[in-house]
Structure formats: structure tokens, C-alpha cells
Design a protein around this ligand. Sequence first.
Ligand code: GDP
Ligand code: MG
Length: 318
Amino acid sequence: MAERTDRLARASTPDPGADQGPPRCGFVALLGAPNVGKSTFVNALVGSKVSIVSRKVQTTRMLVRGIAVEANAQLILIDTPGLFAPKRRLDRAMVSAAWAGAHDADLVALIVDAKRGVDDETAVILNRLPELRAPKVVILNKIDLLEKPPLLALAADLNASIPFAATFMVSALTGDGVGDVRAWLAARVPEGPWHYPADQLSDAPLRQLAAEITREKLYDRLHQELPYASTVETDRWTELKDGSVRIEQTIFVERESQRKIVVGKRGQALKAVGAEARREIAELIEAPVHLFLFVKVREDWANDPERYREMGLEFPQD
Ligand code: GDP
Ligand code: MG
């Protein structure tokens, strides 16, 4: 684990030998419908598996998902989970926070699944994009899945509705084109000192990262049935003699019915989530992991203003 920490610290330290000009630093909001490849893109941009940073570096209105460094510039990548169709109070709070984060960003990047094109959810975002004053770019992702002509047509379509400052075509999966985006963004974030120390990434508490990973797997599988903010907490983290790590986490939901969904028939859903999370956490910490998941009902916390404050969200009054 020590080695891992070193590598992360090095990766985020500017090369002192190069003549890079004054430091630059800024917030980049990533917008996009579910499954367009935002997480994959953040991983590719950050260039390390750690795309999730600690709550410590979260500002109230923004969900920091990663910090990418290019020469003299630090790019703070802001995630915007689910920008559409909020029904529940908690979901509405998340959506407001997402748009608030986008309003505060220096640059806005809309990610579109090039194969899927402009679906309903992307259309909702496109409609609201003009509200944001920051320069906007559009990133067509998954170009490994299709030929050039439809790509160019989609790029032209998108640019007809919004004047994007740049259009990129990338494959977050293969990394194709990602370097161009990073260089473009790095040249355009404002001049100024880095917001986070160069070794910030190495500081990310692994317990929280591990909880985030489980939460993400939970949503990937059950997002239709769960509200956005069922939370996951890491209760125990024990390093065993054989080098493996035993991790215990609790998934908090609001109602018994949700607990049943998370657990699934004969525990199948929970088992699948646990297997995926375990694999990714093991990769992150580079050690075998034994993951134990518990599900608890924390009644009506979605209507408790205190929980919203803890998550850095405004409590909607209606
Ligand atoms: P998010 O919901 O926007 O964060 O999307 P994810 O990053 O989780 O990606 C959704 C799915 O698309 C995953 O199965 C990814 O592996 C896949 N994906 C992401 N980027 C690419 C890409 O460039 N090419 C291909 N073929 N698949 C991709
Ligand atoms: Mg994602």
C-alpha cells in the first residue's frame, strides 16, 4: 500500500524541471446522461484508478470525483449525478446540487454516448446548458464503437443547438483522444495556485473510497429502484497477517422495502454488488479483500435536514 501511495503522490506532482509557466487551477463540471461513460472518462483523465477523492476535499456545492494534472495545471473534476426527472425530495436536492456545481465550474464538459446520440436525458441537459456561463465543450465518447460519418453528423447536430468552444471525439475505454481533452482544459483553467496540495490524492482515506465504490456498484445495479442517496459506510478495516484486508460496510436505506431490494432474492443482489465492489476495492488497494456487507434501515433520514448537511446538500423545503 505504501508503494501505491508513492505512485499517486508522484503522479500529482508537477515536473519541477519543465518550464511550465504559472500554475493554473480550475473546476471542470462533467455533465451527461447515465452510462455515457463519465466515470470511465474521469478514470482516463486522472490517469490512475483513483477517480474518487475523499469527502475532505468536497466543497459543499460540488462533488469532486477526481483531480487530473497536466503540466502546470490542476483540473478538479466535478461529478453531476443525475440531472433529470427528480421525484423525491432527496433526488431533487441532488439535482440542485449538481446544477449548482455546474454553475460554479470554470469549464463545462458535456459527455455524449456517440453511439446512442442525443437521447431524452441528454436533451434535458442540452436545454439547460445555456444557463451556464462557463465555456462549454462537447465530448463524443465511445468512438471505438462506430464509423466516422455518423460521428461528424452528431457533432454538427450538437453544435447547431449550442455554440460549443470545442468538440472532442474520444474513447474513454481505450484512452483514444483523452490526452487532447486534458491538454485543452489545462490550457483554459484560470491562472492561480493549486486548490489541493500535490499529494492530496495520496491522502484520500481508503475507507471512504471503498464505501464510494460499493455505493457506485449498488447504483449501477439498482438505480431504478433506489433513491440517489442510500449511503454506504465502512465500519471496519482490518489488515490481516496474510496481507489481505477484511472490510465491513453498512448500506443504509430508508425503508424495509428498499432493504429487500438491496438484499434481493436469496441474497443474490447483495452478493452480486459485493462481488463487484470487492474486485474493484482489491484493485484499488492492491491486496486481496474480504468484503462483508450489511444492510440497515435508517428510518426517514431522507427527510432529516441534518443528513443533508452532512452530505453538503441544501435541504429543499417542499
Ligand atoms: P457513467 O454512468 O456515465 O459514469 O458511465 P460509465 O463510465 O459507468 O460507463 C458506462 C458503460 O459504458 C460501461 O460499461 C463502460 O465500460 C462503457 N464505456 C465507457 N466508455 C466507453 C468507451 O469509450 N467505449 C466503449 N466501447 N464503452 C465505454
Ligand atoms: Mg458513473
